[in-house]
Design a protein around this ligand. Sequence first.
Ligand SMILES: O=C(O)CCC(=O)C(=O)O
Ligand SMILES: [Fe+2]
Length: 234
Amino acid sequence: MDFKALAGQFWRDGFLLLEDRFPAARMRQLDDLIAGHFGADPAFAHTREFLDNAATEVIPWFPQADGVEDFDNLAADPALERLSGEILGEGWYSQYCMIMFSKPRTAGQAWHQDCPPEDPSRFNLNRLVYTRDITAETGGAIEVIKGSHRAGRLPAGSVDFDFSARVTLRPRRGALLLLHGHAWHSVCPIADAPRVSVNFRAAPARAPADITDVCVYRNMLYRFSTSSIVETRA
Ligand SMILES: O=C(O)CCC(=O)C(=O)O
Ligand SMILES: [Fe+2]
């Protein structure tokens, strides 16, 4: 792997998708664990206010908080560590593992940034691993505006913004997607099967541990730790 070239590609685009990074058998095993945790019809964990205003329907699970360590060795993959260091620089650190579950026929995730972009040196890096295929049939594709990690805040309001640099990603089982937290991104509506992603968030040394507490949506800034809207956007 040419780590420097891959990091360059990441910094040019704000994301980097690498297929076939993890073995299918391991992905199936972890996928079973995820399915077992959530069951057939899990309840939403967020408040109704969040679900309605954010137009985002996902159920998070932090396996490390439950003492479940089965996912941790994915993040310990030497190539992933090396690439993370190349992208994030000296002193980078890994934050937490967050699994996101979407029920069939739900909204996905509205356009957002994982944290406010005002200070370019403070951001989170999503290191997403997919334990099952995302296809046109399953829905749940990820959309990213190429280069938007350098473009400041996601435009407010409901009018369409410039989609000419939009890229639609459908990672397959075993893929790794690195996605800059300041990049403008969304998850398309889910079709008839549940959707999952496993995210090992990391950050550069300068970013505080709670960097993703406030998320930027087109209509609001939302603080997860207090379940509150901290700014309404016109
Ligand atoms: O689940 C995904 O594919 C992307 C989720 C997302 O928006 C994120 O990890 O910040
Ligand atoms: Fe996100």
